[in-house]
Ligand binder design. Structure first.
Ligand SMILES: *Cc1c(COP(=O)(O)O)cnc(C)c1O
Length: 209
């Protein structure tokens, strides 16, 4: 990460490592916390609920990001546990987050997820609807929109998608860019990523279920 940032003329401290801990149990997560890692990402509310309340209670200052698709009926549980929701990708979800946040007295930080490859099976707002969703979240609902998130298609040059996400963020005045995973984080950092989400490169391959 540091080498990639310096190669791009960027401050390494401007890139946050989000350790993606899906499928990893507490025993595998603890060494990272002990080594100083503070920001973590989970993909499923239920799995996160089994691990993170205890970890957060024992280690104040941890920051948990929701990086997987979020169903509206899980929003309340998600807001009780997660500090940042990176997967806001539709108006109904944004409205639910705003309503539940108010009921809980919380002010969650959010990223809008953009389906830059317009893949039908993938989460994320369509690129041509992104500006409207950002405006809804920020201006109408008063959510703290920190930036945008994307997961590029498997078989395409990720740089094109990172550049595209950066362009959508820039025209909306957003500074946060959550992009880059184990395979492509150096490219993402070169294209301005502020958050990279890394699982495999930290933990090794996940078990295929
Ligand atoms: C699992 C996951 C990651 C991490 O992927 P790796 O390739 O293991 O680094 C990043 N982002 C999201 C949304 C994920 O679900």
């Amino acid at each position: 990460m540091s080498a990639a940032a310096r190669a791009a003329g960027r401050d390494p401290a401007a890139v946050t490592l989000v350790a993606a801990t899906k499928t990893q149990d507490t025993a595998r997560i603890l060494p990272l916390i002990e080594a100083g890692q503070r920001v973590f990402g989970e993909s499923r509310v239920q799995e996160a609920q089994a691990k993170w309340p205890a970890l957060k209670a024992a280690h104040p200052g941890l920051e948990l990001h929701m990086i997987g698709p979020l169903q509206t009926n899980k929003v309340r549980d998600a807001l009780s546990l997660f500090d940042v929701i990176e997967s806001v990708d539709r108006a109904r979800l944004a409205r639910k987050i705003a309503a539940e946040a108010q009921a809980l007295g919380r002010r969650p930080r959010v990223f809008v997820q953009v389906n830059t490859g317009e893949e039908p099976q993938k989460a994320g707002i369509a690129p041509n609807e992104a500006d409207a969703l950002i405006a809804l979240c920020r201006d109408e609902l008063g959510l703290l929109v920190e930036g945008l998130m994307c997961i590029p298609p498997q078989d395409e040059e990720p740089a094109l998608h990172f550049a595209f996400l950066r362009e959508i963020a820039a025209r909306n005045g957003l500074s946060g860019l959550s992009m880059g995973m184990s395979e492509d984080f150096e490219v993402a950092i070169a294209f301005g990523a502020t958050h990279i989400r890394i699982g495999t490169a930290l933990f090794g391959p996940r078990p295929t279920l």
